[in-house]
Design a protein around this ligand. Sequence first.
Ligand code: NAP
Length: 238
Amino acid sequence: MKTVVITGASRGIGAETARLFSKNGYNVVINYNKSEQAAFKLASELENAVAVKADVSTEGGAKFLIDEALRIFGSVDVLVNNAGVSMKKMLCDTTLDDWKRHFEINVESVFLCSKAASEIMVRNKWGRIINVSSMWGIKGGSCEVCYSAAKAAVIGFTKALARELGPSGITVNAVAPGLIDTDMNADLTKEDKEMIIDETPVSRIGTAADVALAILYLASDGASFVTAQVISADGGLI
Ligand code: NAP
């Protein structure tokens, strides 16, 4: 039975990914930072799932998470780097602290968790690392310079690491979601959403399940020839 570690799985895309992997027979490590109740509730509803608290933007947190997965389930086969934060501010209002926070949570967590998990994957000569980027990391979002730059960094990291780890039987890919109906977009008005829907070829907002299914595919044995890719789950918007 394979083990998946999903960072930021207490809510939104991460939580839905945990549900889908559990249904598909994986051991699931649900990482959370602040949403303890939600993470434990989710773990209690799923087969072979545990909730592990760790701030994955810190070296200690990332290492603890991967060590716990190894201790509880004996391996880490799939790592989904999903934890993230976003913010909408004009450049003139963006502070250095905003910038640093976006890079710590959205990028350094990907580096730290991948570093810890890949040690295990290299030993196993098999692994899957799937990083959750964003359409804004490809296109650039107005009033989202920190977020767009951080998500673009995740894509660069993905492509480079895929080349390094390919010979060890490990694939590294990214998904780039479009607008997905989660807490992250709670601030959008009905009009904002309608404008985005108008520009989206499939004429709807995405669901967390739309993204989770792309992640499940990238984790599968059948995706062994797919690496260094960015798969957009954005309804064709980009
Ligand atoms: P969300 O509903 O706001 O959930 C964010 C998750 O990240 C929560 O589970 C949160 O955990 C976790 N998290 C934040 N900081 C953390 C930290 N330091 N350590 C561990 N976990 C942390 O967001 P979402 O919409 O599901 O987004 C998930 C990913 O998809 C993010 O990387 C986001 O950038 C990306 N994305 C989302 C959209 C969208 O439209 N929603 C589009 C493109 C890309 P706690 O609550 O436990 O702290």
